[in-house]
Design a protein around this ligand. Structure first.
Ligand SMILES: Cc1cc2nc3c(=O)[nH]c(=O)nc-3n(C[C@H](O)[C@H](O)[C@H](O)COP(=O)(O)OP(=O)(O)OC[C@H]3O[C@@H](n4cnc5c(N)ncnc54)[C@H](O)[C@@H]3O)c2cc1C
Length: 570
């Protein structure tokens, strides 16, 4: 039986859909050749997608098609990582056991140990292979000690040893640029930009490939990959009103939505990490002000100038991220909250944080002169599509890696700078599995089914104003999703608020489903995924009444009893 899983449609939707179906202009059937299908499909061009593609192509000689929504492969969250990537500290100062202990502590005791051990033990080797070795992989010019030439390792909050590789405050930029170059130069990797994956194609619980929408032409088509499909489409931070995640088709919940519609299991979605300090300038995208600023002495002040952090935790500004985020959230209910590092030397600040300073200058601000208005903001998705250590989901031939996936590595919260490393380790682990004999047997079943399941590419005969009208309507719906997520599924949650959020998100899901079925556009695809992923987070949060890690739930006096909530002790 063949199925593409789609949300159920109303009678009205079905009739408008059939009217449109009857006048589809079919493009010349451009079926892939059999050989063309013998490839691995990788959805996403961030660290995880790049690692999967490079290892599969280089170590296993598999052809790879990398699909991504942006115009450039660097249009991804990975590009924006500021702090750095975990490597290994000096012998004697650091060890895999120490790193594993740090990850477990940050994860509030909920991490899955095999995933933690894999990252702690194999991580450094993957960094050397993918980021330091050079051709055909990347050679990233991380900062080095000026005198010794050794890699410069910095210490970050909640790490027991200096072990973070970095390049100033734009480590993600340099890593993604170098990985993108390696991907572009690899003869077995084909890149497909502007390609939005709208659904996975699943037959008898085997993933055969994807349906795509070319955002530049509006053409929808199928792409098959008999060696598997790897979901590396990132997290869902972008579905919140305040988010550190970059704008564009990024972190809009596609990984979770695609997986859910295909019958794949998701896990730990209630654990959305909120960063305490995003620059808040009205009508501008939020911008991350790295934890390193607080590490260098920045002070949190409320609207009266009072330094409040120690009132919430003895470690003050350096308390765990979720504690600081809730403190900033609570203070911001009474007025603007500021981050203040004006007491440090201007020249040093500008050298230490050049990208932040550059961004601030564009808005008439200066690290050394101004207290910076801040808000907490959705930052990282600890949960995701449930996988084992090879990145396998419960759907055969469907894999997930990076922020898209939930291996159990992060448990209830993520240790800073773990996610770039996670992308390398698990992206590569997927490729290792796909190259194995076991995976080849699944690929053979997929190959047998693919030929039964091809339809021509299609250009939708969209009514003249449809794209514009659908775009406007979809963006309004996206705003509804974002404010609902922030108000009810945000830093502090209540069961009643989560119920309200679910109702609202289900309404949005119905409305966007109608619009999308009348002719998919970039915007309808985005909101369809955002609403689906948002509802999945709200549902997961509703089912977990323990305040632990990044999930904080309190009793709503109107409709809940004290019995509903258990606050975990730490
Ligand atoms: C501001 C900021 C700072 C950070 N700093 C750090 C740090 O210092 N250290 C650290 O370890 N982590 C950091 N993180 C987290 C880290 O950057 C991400 O978790 C990590 O880069 C995720 O990588 P990824 O490959 O899984 O996904 P991403 O890099 O998010 O890539 C997702 C890809 O999927 C594509 N995509 C999405 N939806 C679709 C779709 N439907 N169809 C086709 N393509 C799609 C996108 O186009 C993109 O190519 C930071 C995050 C942010 C936002």
């Amino acid at each position: 039986m063949i199925r593409i899983i789609k949300p159920s449609t109303s009678k009205l939707q079905r009739s408008s859909r059939s009217r449109l179906l009857s006048c589809w202009k079919l493009r010349a059937a451009a079926f892939s050749t059999k050989n063309g299908d013998e490839r691995l499909l990788v959805i996403g061009s961030g660290v995880a997608g790049s690692a999967a593609a490079l290892i599969a192509a280089e170590n296993y000689k598999l052809p790879v098609s990398m699909l991504y929504a942006g115009a450039l492969p660097t249009d991804c969250n990975s590009y924006w990582a500021q702090g750095g990537i975990i490597y290994e500290g000096k012998e004697g100062d650091d060890s895999p056991d120490l790193l594993a202990a740090d990850i477990h502590r940050a994860g509030a005791g909920l991490c899955r140990d095999p995933a933690v051990q894999l990252v702690a033990r194999r991580g450094p080797e993957r960094v050397r292979e993918l980021l330091l070795k050079g051709h055909p992989f990347a050679q990233v010019p991380f900062d080095r000690n000026a005198e010794t030439g050794a890699l410069s390792l910095c210490l970050e909050a909640s790490h027991s040893a200096p072990r973070i590789l970095h390049q100033a405050d734009h480590t993600g930029r340099t890593i993604t640029q170098h990985l993108a170059q390696a991907v572009a130069q690899h003869p077995l990797i084909q890149q497909h930009s502007h390609t939005v994956v709208t659904d996975l194609i699943v037959e008898d619980n085997i993933c055969l490939g994807v349906n795509t929408l070319d955002r530049s032409t509006g053409v929808t088509q199928q792409m098959f990959g008999i060696h598997g499909t790897v979901l590396c489409a990132g997290g869902l931070g972008g579905i919140y009103q305040h988010s550190t995640n970059p704008p564009g088709f990024n972190a809009l919940g596609s990984s979770v939505a695609l997986a859910k519609r295909a019958g794949a299991i998701t896990q730990d979605l209630e654990f959305v990490q909120f960063h305490p300090t995003a620059l808040y300038i009205p009508n501008e995208a939020r911008f991350l002000l790295t934890e390193a600023l607080r590490g260098e002495g920045a002070i949190l002040r409320n609207s009266s100038g009072y330094a409040f952090a120690k009132d919430y935790h003895p470690d003050g500004e350096l308390a765990p991220r979720d504690v600081v985020a809730r403190a900033v959230f609570e203070e911001s209910q009474r007025g603007t909250v500021y981050l203040d590092i004006t007491h440090r030397d201007a020249t040093w600040l500008h050298q230490r944080f050049p990208s932040i300073q550059q961004h601030l200058q564009q808005h008439g601000l200066d690290l050394a002169k101004h207290q910076l208005p801040i808000t907490p903001a959705a930052h990282y998705t600890c949960g995701g599509v449930a996988t084992d250590l090879q990145g396998r989901t419960n759907v055969l031939n469907l894999y997930a890696a990076g922020e898209a996936a939930c291996t159990g590595l992060h448990g209830g919260n993520r240790l800073a700078s773990t996610s770039l490393l996670e992308g390398l380790v698990f992206g590569a682990a997927v490729a290792d599995h796909v190259g194995s004999e076991e995976a080849k047997a699944v690929a053979a079943s997929a190959a047998a089914n693919v030929s039964n399941y091809k339809v021509p590419n299609m250009a939708w005969p969209l009514e003249p104003n449809h794209i514009q009208n659908a775009g406007v309507a979809a963006l309004e719906l996206l705003q509804r999703v974002r404010s609902t997520m922030w108000d009810h599924v945000g830093v502090a949650r209540t069961p009643a608020g989560l119920e309200r959020a679910l109702e609202e998100l289900n309404d949005v899901t119905d409305e966007i489903g109608t619009l999308h079925s009348m002719g998919p556009t970039l915007e309808t695809a985005a909101v369809r995924d955002a609403a689906c992923a948002g509802a999945a987070v709200a549902q997961a949060a509703l089912q977990n009444r323990n305040s632990v890690g990044a999930h904080f739930i309190t009793v709503d006096a109107e409709s809940d009893t004290d019995d509903d909530v258990m606050v975990a002790s730490d």
